[in-house]
Design a protein around this ligand. Structure first.
Ligand code: URA
Length: 185
């Protein structure tokens, strides 16, 4: 994994400049791999995925399912923080990943999955789901909380833990999905 990360870092610098990449974190060859969208400001600062607000929600979810962060491998589709300057405040704010970030990082994610070889991939949110399955048309609303098998991959899609922050009505659905995930595990 070290070699993979070093190579990705070198190549990313050529395209995106001097940026801090947030690599996957955790147990290499973990049985369960969690995949989110992209790092935010806190993740960029610390170099670790899911340590900001969304990370706090993720920790709660792990506790409910009875998983420990150190037993998992946690990563993101995009490894640099996609940001733009807010017109109002001129501060950097998150934005969705753009085409060039996708073109570079999606094939890297597919390689990363082959290195980790997890028994189960838990995608967090619509973006991760589409880019793990390489399927533009799949929608999280149609398949969250159910097991998908594709080739030798088993994928369990969950809503993004951050979406619960913005839409509290999703919380019950999320808890029900976590119960189903516990059964799968
Ligand atoms: N932090 C991450 O590392 N990934 C996300 O998708 C959101 C927050």
């Amino acid at each position: 994994m070290l070699e993979f990360n070093k190579k990705m870092d070198r190549e990313a610098r050529e395209i995106f400049g001097e940026r801090n990449l947030v690599f996957g974190d955790g147990k290499i060859n973990a049985e369960i791999m969690l995949i989110g969208e992209a790092p935010g400001a806190e993740e960029e600062k610390t170099g670790k995925p899911f340590v900001g607000k969304a990370g706090k929600n993720l920790s709660e979810f792990l506790e409910i399912v009875g998983l420990k962060r150190e037993d998992l491998y946690i990563s993101n589709v995009v490894k640099i923080r996609p940001f733009k300057l807010s017109e109002k405040t001129q501060r950097s704010i998150n934005r969705p990943p753009n085409r060039s970030e996708l073109d570079f990082f999606v094939p890297k994610l597919q390689e990363e999955i082959k290195i980790v070889k997890p028994k189960l991939i838990v995608t967090l949110g619509n973006f991760a789901l589409k880019n793990v399955l390489l399927d533009k048309n799949i929608k999280i609303g149609d398949c969250h909380g159910s097991l998908i098998e594709k080739g030798d991959m088993k994928i369990f899609p969950l809503y993004h833990p951050a979406s619960i922050i913005y839409d509290i009505s999703k919380k019950d659905v999320y808890l029900e999905d976590l119960r189903k995930l516990k059964e799968v595990l």
